[in-house]
Design a protein. Structure first.
Length: 370
């Protein structure tokens, strides 16, 4: 038997699965009905205990194709029921076996509806998955004394640059906790992608002669990576930039806007977003606990382009002067709807337009010299 202890003193008792180790993290919830493998392997869940609101998890097992990173950085999995005997033609191992191999503890058999309501009412909070042998008062004291890590991006970013070769546009992808789905979208479009660490300088990026720069998703508070904010600010006006999730927040901060922590964030695959330019609404995949402050945009050169229809938070930005845009959600989905995958095409089109403009400027300068 295991217990889940929240820092407010709430206790849930259930059955343990996955790793037997004790863990402490920020407890959050995900509303997706499918895609648990992609969710657990999403680096943006670094340092968190994931509560799945869908009651049955693990029913189609784990397969080799749906990982978003090789080594997941989530700290725990909380479910109503985990399936011990999955049935799917792609299944290769059970959820329990996978979590054991990755040293991730899980707890099942608890009232995840009640837990989700607590998080929605009081906000995300620290929690511990431990054995029932540990006294609750002791667990709460440990939670009170524990400070959650603030270097999540450093934990999940690549240590060294590497290349995914292609014959198309040359993209430098800043890895803040990148999902593999982003690479899949660029390789589909035959791009030559160079993935670089989160603390790569603007000078180092420009030496790679990129046609465009992609800012990936990632975990934690965007203000915890000030070096990335400075790099992005220096890149404005030098090369087209596209940011998603954490990359979106970093673009906002680099532009002079502000961000703040949300009460319980957006985590799921059914988040409706409205494009203010076209009037169209998209269903999106999201995973973030911070958002761009709407009022702070007034003193910047960023235009609001998209908003959440659930709470009217900022979902899209476009720079007034430079080829820079961003979205708060995940256009690569994985899991979730693919309604917004066209944004990768728009980014490449933006790059092509910039290249054509530069050619015209070069020809104009040449004619003047002649």
């Amino acid at each position: 038997m295991k217990q889940l202890v929240l820092e407010d003193g709430t206790v849930f008792v259930g059955e343990g699965f996955g790793s037997d180790r004790e863990t402490i993290g920020e407890v959050v919830f995900n509303t997706g009905m499918t895609g648990y493998q992609e969710v657990i392997s999403d680096p943006s869940y670094c340092g968190q205990l994931i509560t799945f609101t869908y009651p049955l998890v693990g029913n189609y097992g784990i397969n080799r194709d749906d990982f978003e990173t090789v080594n997941p950085s989530a700290l725990g999995v909380i479910v109503k029921e985990h399936c011990e005997f999955p049935s799917n033609f792609r299944n290769e191992e059970t959820l329990d076996e996978f979590l054991k191999a990755k040293q991730i503890p899980g707890i099942s058999g608890i009232d995840t509806r009640k837990l989700t309501k607590i998080i929605r009412q009081h906000g995300t909070m620290k929690a511990m998955i431990t054995t029932v042998d540990r006294p609750v008062t002791e667990a709460i004291k440990i939670l009170e004394d524990t400070k959650l890590a603030t270097d999540q991006v450093k934990q999940v970013s690549t240590v060294k640059p590497y290349v995914v070769p292609g014959r198309g546009q040359r993209i430098v992808l800043m890895d803040f906790g990148m999902k593999h789905g982003i690479l899949r979208e660029f390789t589909k479009r035959h791009c030559h992608v160079t993935v670089v660490p989160y603390d790569t300088t603007a000078e180092e990026i420009l030496r790679l002669k990129p046609d465009g720069v992609m800012l990936s998703n990632g975990p934690g508070d965007p203000k915890s990576v000030p070096e990335a904010i400075d790099t992005i600010r220096q890149l404005f006006g030098t090369v087209p930039i596209f940011g998603i999730c954490l990359g979106h927040q970093l673009i906002a901060l680099a532009s002079g806007a502000d961000t703040s922590k949300m009460k319980f964030g957006h985590r799921g695959i059914n988040q409706p977003v409205k494009d203010l330019r076209t009037g169209r609404t998209y269903m999106t995949s999201q995973n973030h606990g911070y958002a761009v402050d709407l009022e702070s945009l007034q003193t910047t050169k960023m235009d609001l382009t998209q908003v959440s229809l659930n709470d009217e938070t900022v979902e899209g930005l476009l720079h007034k002067d430079y080829p820079v845009f961003s979205v708060q959600y995940h256009p690569e989905s994985s899991p979730g709807p693919e309604d917004t995958a066209h944004l990768f095409d728009e980014f490449l089109e933006m790059i092509t337009i910039q290249q054509e403009q530069k050619k015209k400027e070069d020809l104009s300068c040449l004619s003047v010299q002649i």
